[in-house]
Design a protein around this ligand. Structure first.
Ligand code: SF4
Length: 163
């Protein structure tokens, strides 16, 4: 499996960089997580988060298919995703350290309610600010704008609060 892990690491690293994200610079640790992702893909048919317990039923696990729904919020708040696969630029640059972080994923009963909410009017139900790339118009709902626009690659300072 190590060739497979190495190949996937290269791809993920490239994809992450081009979208303004950063893989954990501890390569052994990162590859161990990637091995978990690939194992889950073989086991379930999708890349469920390697540090959470998946059900094996895709419709119940959609929010924890990597990259999970909680990655950006955890990166903004703690400088890392829950597993530590992705880290913020400040962590890569040694300006910030991270330890273990709390699980942001709500319990199953509350997740159901979130899904119902998602089916309503997306603009009135968003719980996070919406940011707009002033160059290409890309929109995203998260606490902070992304480091780099995943579409046109301009930096964070070219985003404005849209709503
Ligand atoms: S916590 Fe990290 S590794 Fe786990 S699914 Fe989210 S982004 Fe992927």
């Amino acid at each position: 499996m190590s060739d497979e892990v190495d190949a996937f690491y290269e791809k993920l690293d490239k994809d992450a960089k081009s979208a303004g994200y950063h893989l954990n610079p501890d390569i052994d640790f990162t590859k161990a997580l990637i091995k978990g992702l690939l194992t889950n893909e073989k086991r379930y048919g999708y890349q469920a988060c390697p540090c959470r317990l998946a059900t094996g039923k895709k419709s119940d696990d959609l929010d924890i298919i990597c990259p999970c729904d909680y990655r950006d919020s955890d990166l903004d708040e703690y400088g890392t995703c829950y597993c530590g696969l992705y880290v913020s630029k400040d962590v890569v640059d040694g300006k910030k350290q991270f330890g273990s972080i709390p699980e942001r994923r709500p319990p199953k009963e509350k997740r159901g309610k979130m899904e119902q909410k998602k089916t309503g009017n997306v603009f009135t139900n968003l719980s996070k600010p919406v940011w707009r790339c002033k160059v290409c118009g890309y929109l995203c709902a998260r606490d902070e704008p992304p480091e780099v626009c995943p579409i046109c690659k301009v930096t964070k300072d070219r985003f404005e609060r849209f709503m």
